[in-house]
Ligand binder design. Structure first.
Ligand code: EPZ
Length: 417
């Protein structure tokens, strides 16, 4: 158990590098099972969830070598394993190994991941879709078994544009017989990145921006070399830190084209936001944060993964803000912790009402999940005094050395084991 110790109240200044996207790296690493070959993946973030996914690849017989932020995965000797243990129980995204296993081994057995703090997070869309692709899905209590003699392409219309379900379907459908059409598919940049990677290994995918993904199954794949896209949520998190400390920063390697829903809000809040080809310039020196009405949603709406972070900023606005969390049913775990720091927030189901206060106060707070932790760090950076943020194991799942990145911008933050 560790903690971040933060002496806040300092404006952030300077340039910070944005790492590779966690939510692109995870499905792309799973996709390495599909091609039985060598996969050279650049710009991989060094975070717990990536290390966990690499451990599962190794358990399944892949060799995984790191060179700086490049991971070389050789899946030529990959074999079936039961997907269970810590890597699965602690990381829900491991369920997308199922689609890749069904494609490669025609079977998968996965331990049922529990719910988590942000919601029940059922998997019905994943398994209903795999069944429609000709895979027998058998619920054996603690495990779910998937078996098929052949995956047969079909037309799927998702009840919700689920990111994970879309990825699972893609990882199975690339090896199917015939064509699969996914309607109401998730359209996040990380899904586009997975489609790009799959095309790299020889898949035949047409990724349309109107929620339809078409996949013609193939039975030949090849080696790949691919660079992970920048993490739009890490970039947004640094923007929020800049806003909360009324600073001026440059996000190197950020991709503005993936962040329109986020940048609009930062612009409306009073920031001077300039998009460049090599990053984003953000200036909140004028110090005023204007209140916002935000509803999180599937891409390109404002992302749920930025909700705790933007809430931390809005606790300091000059009015009343409203946040509706429409994606997960229980993603306000950070609210009581922000209130400990003097924030004025009331929750009514999926709606949070935030009345801005002139400043927050340093406190000891605990993260309940990854992005809640990011929000608490942002709040701690905004106020003088020493704050302690616990629950660092959640934060390290999604941010590579966040204390190093923020220190590079002048923050006084350190990690203590
Ligand atoms: C992905 O989770 C991300 N994780 C999440 O990021 C992100 O919050 C989420 O997409 C939404 O954008 C990764 O990419 C590893 P969903 P996922 O399936 O795939 C319901 C972070 O902080 N649903 O799009 O689990 C579900 O309960 C993490 O980086 C079903 O009902 O999200 C939720 O309410 C947190 N049945 C909604 O859909 C299903 O079968 C969206 O879930 C699947 C999902």
């Amino acid at each position: 158990m560790g903690r971040y110790i933060i002496n806040g109240g300092k404006r952030l200044f300077g340039t910070v590098n944005v790492h590779g996207s966690k939510n692109a790296a995870l499905p792309i690493l799973c996709a390495c099972i599909v091609n039985s070959g060598i996969n050279i993946i650049h710009n991989c973030p060094k975070i717990t969830d990536v290390y966990n996914t690499c451990r599962l690849l190794e358990k399944a017989g892949c060799s995984v070598l790191w060179e700086e932020s490049t991971v070389v995965v050789d899946s030529s000797k990959a074999h079936f394993i039961v997907l269970d243990g810590d890597e699965v129980s602690k990381m829900r995204s491991s369920v997308i190994f199922v689609g890749a296993f069904c494609g490669r081994f025609k079977r998968a057995r996965v331990a049922k991941p529990g719910g988590c703090k942000i919601g029940k997070r059922p998997l019905d869309i994943h398994f209903d879709s795999l069944e429609k692709l000709g895979i027998d899905v058998i619920d054996n209590g603690d495990y779910i078994d998937c078996v098929c003699s052949e995956i047969v392409g079909t037309e799927l219309n998702l009840r919700l544009p689920s990111v994970g379900a879309t990825e699972n379907i893609m990882l199975a459908a690339v090896s199917a017989t015939g064509k699969t059409v996914i309607k109401n598919a998730a359209m996040e940049p990380e899904i586009q990145a997975l489609a790009d990677f799959l095309k790299c290994i020889g898949a035949d995918i047409d990724f349309c921006s109107d929620g339809i993904i078409t996949i013609e199954g193939v039975n030949e794949f090849k080696n790949s070399e691919y660079t992970i896209i920048p993490d739009r949520i890490e970039a947004g998190t640094f923007l929020a830190a800049c806003a909360a400390t009324k600073g001026e920063i440059f996000l190197k390697n950020a991709a503005p084209e993936h962040m329109k829903g986020i940048l609009t809000i930062f612009d409306d809040m009073g920031g001077k936001i300039e998009s460049h080809k090599d990053g984003i310039h953000c200036n909140f020196m004028n110090g005023v944060i204007y209140p916002q009405k935000i509803k999180t949603g599937a891409y390109p709406a404002f992302p749920t993964d930025m909700q705790p972070q933007i809430m931390a900023v809005l606790t300091l606005s000059v009015g009343e803000s409203i946040i509706i969390e429409s994606v997960f049913e229980n993603r306000f775990g950070h609210v009581p912790e922000l209130c400990k720091m003097g924030a004025d927030i009331s929750c009514f189901g999926r709606k949070a009402v935030i009345n801005g206060v002139p400043y927050l106060e340093a406190a000891e707070v605990s993260a309940s999940d990854l992005r809640a932790g990011a929000g608490l760090i942002i709040a701690a950076l905004s106020c003088g005094g020493t704050s302690f943020v616990y629950g660092t194991e959640y934060i390290m799942r999604g941010y590579e050395n966040i204390e190093k990145s923020l220190s590079a911008l002048g923050a006084d933050i350190r990690y203590e084991n």
